[in-house]
Design a protein around this ligand. Sequence first.
Ligand code: CTP
Ligand code: CA
Length: 239
Amino acid sequence: QDNSTNSGRLAGKTVTVTAGGTREPLDPVRFLGNRSSGKQGAAIAEAALAAGARVRFIAAHLETPVPSGVDLVQVETALELREAVHAAAASTDVLVMSAAVADFRPGENAETKIKKRDDGADPVITLVRNPDILQEAVQCRAESGTGPALIVGFAAETGDGSASVLEYGRRKLERKGCDLLVLNQVGRSLVFGQDNTEVRILSPQDAPGSEPEAVAGSKADVARHLVDRIAEELDAALP
Ligand code: CTP
Ligand code: CA
């Protein structure tokens, strides 16, 4: 795809991209994490920069370099990511939630390292729900009447006996209330850490039963395509 089609399309706009996987501490040396590499988020940040945007990059744990030219905010946990997104929401045109946010965190973060017990008893870890940062951003915008003009969510689905990947994606789009949802099909070897990907971009405006726009290629190809779509949506949203 030709990079120049994007150039300048987001000039004067601020795009906030969250990327990578949060890490939820158990004690000073251990955490619960996930396999997100942050590559898709980094590629989106690069494509937005190439389109002339100012990019705020809220990075949880990454297995890929931070793109040069972004304003970096480094976070570790879902709660820190939430604070960073809240702080950014008032001054960004676009919010792209590509981070893999842990759904749960350990209920307790021990002050000191958890030790094996002399009586041989196994420890029990209680998990508590993390807030849904994407949903909060959508709600906050609705309540305050300000915030990002465009909020983009991601969904990684496998599909199962009761619903297809696309059905789960549509349900998630509706539940989250965001403006676009980038739907990924995942499996044990699909997507995580891979350089090639295939996504579908869902919008609440899609006609019922219609096939959503599909994009296959490298994460950079997908990112450029998504940035193009973001620019189109922003243009359409202008009075
Ligand atoms: N997300 C978020 N806060 C969370 C969990 C997810 O903001 N606590 C965001 C992700 O960044 C992503 C979107 O929500 O943009 C969908 O994430 P996903 O894990 O697919 O959705 P969940 O609502 O957590 O549903 P599931 O039970 O399928 O994991
Ligand atoms: Ca989840």
